[in-house]
Design a protein around this ligand. Structure first.
Ligand code: C5P
Length: 403
């Protein structure tokens, strides 16, 4: 079920007594880390209320094809594109017939026509309706189109009959759904990533900060999500939109970044510190704007900020901890020193004296250093490099935790 982490699932519910089991199915999919949006046919609402499914999925339930409000937000095309998988449970005989004939006469059938995501059905109907030649023919048509069928099961039915046509139990449907996705190198793992600069206020209008676009940290967060991880991105102020499928916690100062990083740290498997944290902050923040005086030289009193990654790594048990070392000379030597001093498992070193890479650039080149080895990753876009780095981190994490 871990393969459902971050996955975007549309759960279509059609009219049938098994619709009551869709509530449990929603809960299971959600519990396994999927984002679930429920689409109901009008007859499904006779069996279970949209409110129940809204409460369980945590998302509004979609009911109508031509709903001006929904089309302005998430209409049928957006929903079709949003889905990683469309699961219809229960799928009634009538719905299967409409799908097989390529109809688009309601939201759910239209969405199935419009989506490029895989479609899976969990049929549920009376045994005679299932055995009927029409239904069997429709089943064959749907299978030929690549649509997967989960079940139906055989057994006692709500109408008193016994035979094939029962909807599979929610647990089985959820497991079958998870099986449709591949396992990534970080499936089921929780990764915290710090990114961007911090701002240390002097007064209400001024602050001390570092150069940092946040691009490397954000690229790592996206690569970790793609590898199947649940990601918390603790971000300083940057000009980047909140990435999809992860939690972004926006912070300003190093103190705030530390607090957000330590929150729920026991859930964190891998901690990656890509933020450019200000080493010092003003000893006091002036309540009012500091006025320009007649003196030529102004003295600022600064106090050292907490080292976030070192604080994380001092925890017991600590997550697999990865830091960055941005250096202008003797890059490998300084990086090795930091690896040891901060008790890190890996450090990613980059040479920031070069103007073509690092800081605000879209490209970077790094060396990945552990206690025993160093490997250079050549210059590439931050996104490509992030994919390679996440694979390296996942590999080293597994090696470290398998002992
Ligand atoms: O000591 P230096 O700032 O060069 O170390 C860089 C690494 O330590 C980066 O991974 C950075 O995110 C992290 N760091 C931190 N908290 C600080 C300073 C640096 O987490 N106060």
């Amino acid at each position: 079920m871990q393969r459902l982490t971050n996955k975007q699932i549309i759960l279509g519910i059609t009219g049938g007594i098994a619709a009551y089991k869709s509530a449990e199915l929603t809960r299971l999919l959600k519990g396994a880390g999927a984002d679930v949006r429920v689409v109901m046919t009008p007859s499904a609402t006779e069996f279970i209320t949209p409110l129940t499914l809204q409460a369980l999925s945590g998302n509004p339930v979609h009911l109508h094809l031509l709903d001006a409000e929904a089309e302005a937000g998430m209409g049928h095309i957006e929903l079709a594109k949003w889905a990683d998988l469309v699961l219809i449970a229960p799928a009634s005989a009538n719905f299967m017939a409409r799908l097989a004939s390529g109809q688009g006469d309601d939201l759910l059938t239209t969405l199935c026509l419009a989506t490029e995501a895989p479609i899976c059905l969990a049929p549920a109907m009376n045994q005679a309706m299932w055995k009927d030649a029409g239904t069997q023919q429709n089943t064959e048509i749907l299978k030929k189109r690549g649509i997967k069928l989960f079940g139906p099961g055989i057994g006692e039915q709500a109408c008193g009959d016994t035979g094939p046509g029962r909807m599979l139990e929610p647990e089985e449907i959820a497991n079958n759904t998870a099986d449709q996705f591949e396992t990534g190198s970080l499936t089921g793992k929780t990764v915290f990533i710090t990114a961007g600069p911090t701002r240390e206020p002097l007064d209400p209008v001024r602050y001390i900060s570092n150069h940092s676009s946040g691009k490397m940290g954000y690229a790592l967060a996206e690569a970790a999500v793609e590898a199947g991880a649940k990601v918390k991105l603790v971000s300083g102020p940057v000009n980047l939109p909140a990435p999809a499928r992860m939690e972004r916690v926006s912070v300003e100062s190093a103190q705030e970044m530390l607090e957000a990083s330590l929150q729920d740290l026991s859930l964190c498997d891998i901690f990656i510190a890509a933020a450019a944290v200000a080493d010092y902050r003003p000893t006091a923040i002036s309540e009012h704007k500091i006025k320009k005086g007649s003196e030529e030289i102004m003295e600022l009193h600064l106090v050292k900020n907490p080292d976030i990654v070192a604080t994380v790594a001092s925890n017991s048990p600590k997550p697999f901890t990865v830091g960055f070392a941005a250096e202008t000379k003797d890059v490998l030597e300084y990086a090795r020193g930091k690896l040891e001093k901060k008790n890190l498992d890996l450090i990613i070193a980059n040479d920031v004296s070069r103007s073509d890479i690092g800081f605000n650039s879209d490209e970077n080149a790094v060396t990945v250093i552990s206690a025993t080895e160093a490997e250079e990753l050549p210059q590439a876009s931050k996104r490509q490099l992030a994919n390679r780095l996440i694979e390296k981190i996942a590999f080293q994490y597994k090696a470290a935790t398998s002992n």
